[in-house]
Design a protein around this ligand. Structure first.
Ligand SMILES: *[C@@H]1O[C@H](CO)[C@@H](O)[C@H](O)[C@H]1NC(C)=O
Ligand SMILES: *[C@@H]1O[C@H](CO)[C@@H](O)[C@H](O)[C@H]1NC(C)=O
Ligand SMILES: *[C@@H]1O[C@H](CO)[C@@H](O)[C@H](O)[C@H]1NC(C)=O
Length: 287
């Protein structure tokens, strides 16, 4: 016979399992650029789950298919991938397991500088303001300042825009703000931005913004949590991440040692977010 405390424990576990099952209808991967998302996308593709919204195939320049296509329709079994998917969490977040992969802010910065030197026309490079080919790491840090913060915090604003229906082009795709538009927010007074940064960090740390978060530099911990929250079929995340690891651009480590403090200082909006994600992972591993 259960003693009361054991009974309560069993009830609590059953409730947690039911909550997770209710969410397992669909998966949302929030792709933060230059943070190892390509590997995750490859893993999801290999699972031959359906992928929609801002995926490789659907993502054309800065356009995503409008969420209204999914309104009122079952999203069971769908996998949604894309950076602006974040803007759609209002529709999907309650129903899907939402997860993302983060990366050390300096490593992300170095990767984005390399990428934007190769692909200056990418709307997220903001080449009209600063061409990566001419930029030092410090100039690039000032230019990209708060990239992750802005992408996440302004997803709310993007959602409002998409909701306003004023932003569909001829083929019905939603136009997502470019990096230059996002950067304007950096001109707001610090006093306006700090509360948003604090709120965003709090939500991430408490698991309210996303169900599962990982860190590129912590593959073992990340795989363990993803196995728990976003289980794959026929393979675990440890094996999947090894198998599909994007082989290019992995050698940013040596340069990290020579990063001047001024570069880190420009990443002051992204470090609190990174630390919040680290805390979330450490807490989740204990539970
Ligand atoms: C960011 O990722 C999106 C896809 O999610 C891609 O279309 C875009 O080119 C990337 N931009 C940068 C600067 O990495
Ligand atoms: C986004 O908007 C929702 C509701 O409008 C709000 O509850 C939430 O705190 C906002 N998130 C952030 C990170 O600002
Ligand atoms: C993942 O799968 C591989 C290969 O099947 C296995 O060797 C490994 O022990 C598994 N790891 C975990 C953490 O389950």
């Amino acid at each position: 016979m259960f003693r009361k405390i054991e009974f309560l424990l069993v009830v609590a576990l059953a409730a947690a399992a039911a909550a997770a099952a209710a969410k397992e209808e669909c998966v949302v991967f929030v792709h933060i650029n230059k943070s190892g998302g390509q590997t995750i996308k490859s893993v999801l593709h290999a699972q031959s789950r359906q992928i929609a919204l801002c995926s490789e195939r659907e993502f054309r320049a800065n356009r995503c298919r409008p969420p209204r296509h999914f309104r009122g329709k079952s999203v069971r079994g769908w996998t949604f991938v894309g950076d602006s998917t974040m803007a759609l969490l209002g529709w999907l977040g309650g129903r899907c397991v939402v997860f993302s992969l983060f990366r050390d802010p300096v490593a992300r910065l170095v990767s984005s500088l390399r990428y934007c030197r190769r692909s200056p026309s990418d709307h997220l490079c903001g080449t009209a303001v600063l061409d990566a080919k001419d930029a030092t790491l410090e100039q690039w840090a000032r230019h990209q300042r708060g990239f992750v913060f802005l992408r996440l915090v302004l997803a709310n604003a993007t959602r409002t825009k998409v909701e306003a229906r004023g932003v569909y082009d001829d083929d019905g795709a939603a136009v997502v703000p470019t990096w230059i538009e996002h950067q304007r927010a950096m001109l707001y007074p610090r006093a306006d931005m700090d509360p948003r940064l604090a709120e965003l960090s709090r939500q991430l740390e408490q698991g309210r913004l996303m169900d599962a978060v990982g860190i590129l530099e912590w593959p073992d911990e990340t795989a363990r949590l993803f196995d728990r929250w976003v289980p794959l079929r026929g393979i675990n995340w440890t094996a999947a991440l090894t198998k599909y690891k994007a082989n290019a651009h992995t050698s940013t480590r040596p340069s990290l040692r020579v990063v001047p403090p001024s570069v880190r200082a420009y990443l002051d909006y992204d470090y609190p977010i990174f630390r919040a994600v680290q805390n979330r992972i450490l807490a989740a591993l204990k539970s």
